[in-house]
Design a binder for this molecule. Structure first.
Ligand code: THU
Length: 132
């Protein structure tokens, strides 16, 4: 897996962030199990609640194109190591139980986690199949 490429693409995607309210830009780049790449940025809406995080923009782009398996996702924000929010962690969980999450400041300065580390004891699709 080319982690630096994912970070570069996330940095590029961050340039597209539409953030007139928070002015806080986030970019994400997702790698599918098939080796495809989808990018996303955060998109803010004046009534606030429809705002979409960069990670979910990338994930929904992938899923809407038929790609449902996340191998890895790189995230680059405007703070020192911007971590995915709780909602995005849950959405990553849906399509990438074993996904690698790369939280980066730059191509040379990044941290790497498994989804399980950032969302331990998670609830997921399998739970609905394992009803008592
Ligand atoms: N944001 C993301 O895009 N991803 C995250 O995981 C954290 C938060 C965005 C949402 C909003 O546009 C801005 O950052 C400030 O919360």
């Amino acid at each position: 897996m080319d982690k630096k490429l994912l970070i570069e693409k996330a940095l590029e995607a961050r340039e597209k962030a539409y953030v007139p309210y928070s002015k806080f830009r986030v970019g994400a780049c997702l790698l599918t199990e098939d080796g495809k790449i989808y990018t996303g940025c955060n998109i803010e809406i004046s009534s606030y609640s429809p705002t979409l995080c960069a990670e979910r923009t990338a994930i929904f782009k992938a899923v809407s194109e038929g790609d449902r398996k996340i191998k890895a996702i790189a995230v680059v924000g405007d703070s020192d190591f911007t971590y995915p929010c709780g909602v995005c962690r849950q959405v990553i969980r849906e399509f990438g139980k074993d996904a690698t999450i790369i939280v980066a400041n730059s191509v040379d300065d990044y941290r790497e986690y498994k989804l399980e580390e950032l969302l331990p004891h998670s609830f997921g699709p399998e739970d609905l199949d394992n009803k008592k």
